[in-house]
Write a protein that binds this ligand. Structure first.
Ligand code: PLP
Length: 362
């Protein structure tokens, strides 16, 4: 067989979404080491990276299963051989409920969040008709003001309905503290987790006193995993961004490093500034504009445009055709703009992974 010549990072056509595999694997190990002696188990969130090749790496490193946000993502995961999937959201559309029940009929264990009695009835009817079993978490609103119910009685009523429903198994609670993830002060995040543990703990006690055991309590993200997994009542940690980090999490979860970047090329250079071929169609700005990797003094001017980034380059460090990397402000939304990852190790392209969950938003 002829010698395989690997292309260099700088030879990848731009714009391109690049993973540094050594850093990705290091981030996975940092999380695995942290979780090793914890009672809670890791169930990482697919919404960050949307690529089953990464899910399989996480499972090999000890994750119990995968969390996702959408039914379409769950279908991609099950097709790729993942056996234990939590959809940490409500699936309410009648057609989707049948898709969900059919997916649960496969080899995989599927768990879904609920917060509505009619939804429980519809899930049970579909599971009974198809002959499958759907595992269910009641979602508690722990302060995010997204989905979920609030009082012990509301949770008890829903849990009781699930226990009495054919085709459904009550597993416990979905309780995700999204409002705490990006708070800069760790003490502030710690206080927030303590408050929500009091609320969720009280609800758990009420259910158990009334005869309904609560097996799982699932939640947490990259900003709180080390608090929520530290001897609390949580049993599952849903962190997602830790594998990539981004410009926001760089300041909050410093134990993880940037493994994800958008490779871009200088297509125009004038004294004092340069223009690249990467705008907001390849790098999102919902959590702020990207930073420039390895150049602390370079800053993006204003906002990204659709297809361009203008970079203030006062020292004229950049030159035409040079390739540089953006660290996205928000890794999860940036990934959903791309079809594939270019996976690089020690500066050489090692693999191209399709982002199979991209756009699977229904
Ligand atoms: C339900 C749920 N769990 C966990 C997470 C944590 O993700 P991350 O670690 O990327 O902050 C999110 C983020 O949006 C989420 O929506």
């Amino acid at each position: 067989m002829g010698q395989v010549v690997k292309i260099k990072r700088e030879q990848i056509e731009t714009p391109a979404l690049v993973i540094d595999l050594d850093i990705l694997e290091r981030n996975i190990s940092v999380m695995t080491d942290f979780m090793k002696d914890k009672r809670a188990k890791l169930r990482p969130h697919f919404k960050t990276y949307k690529c089953p090749a990464i899910s399989h790496k996480q499972i090999s490193a000890g994750a119990k299963g995968i969390t996702c946000a959408k039914l379409g993502e769950a279908e991609v995961l099950v097709q790729s051989g993942i056996k234990d999937v939590l959809i940490a959201n409500q699936i309410v559309d009648p057609v989707k409920i049948f898709r969900l029940a059919a997916l649960a009929d496969d080899e995989a264990k599927i768990t879904v969040a609920v917060d509505d009695p009619d939804n429980i009835l519809a899930l049970s009817n579909a599971a009974a008709e198809i002959g499958s079993t759907v595992y269910v978490l009641v979602e508690i609103d722990v302060g995010m003001k997204r989905c979920g119910v609030n009082t012990p009685d509301e949770v008890f009523d829903l849990a009781g309905k699930i226990v009495d429903s054919k085709g459904l198994v009550f597993e416990g609670f979905q309780a995700y503290e999204g409002h705490l993830q990006n708070r800069p002060d760790i003490e502030d995040r710690r206080r927030g987790v303590k408050e929500m543990e009091e609320k969720v703990g009280e609800i758990k006690n009420v259910l158990e006193k009334r005869g309904i055991p609560v097996k799982e309590i699932s939640g947490a993200g990259t900003g709180t995993y080390n608090i929520t997994a530290d001897n609390t009542i949580w049993t599952e940690i849903q962190a997602g961004s830790y594998i990539f980090s981004d410009a926001v999490y760089n300041k909050i979860a410093v134990e993880f490093q940037n493994s994800l970047s958008v490779l871009t090329q200088v297509i125009h250079k004038r004294p004092g500034y340069a223009v690249t071929d990467a705008g907001m169609k390849v790098c999102t700005v919902d959590h702020g504009i990207p930073e420039i990797k390895n150049f602390t003094d370079l800053k993006i001017y204003g906002n990204l445009s659709e297809e361009h980034g203008t970079i203030i380059d006062e020292k004229d460090e950049l030159e035409m055709l040079q390739k540089i990397e953006y660290i996205p402000g928000h890794c999860c939304t940036t990934v959903n703009l791309h079809d594939r990852y270019y996976c690089v190790r020690k500066g050489l392209l090692e693999a191209v992974w399709p982002i199979l969950g991209r756009g699977k938003s229904r």
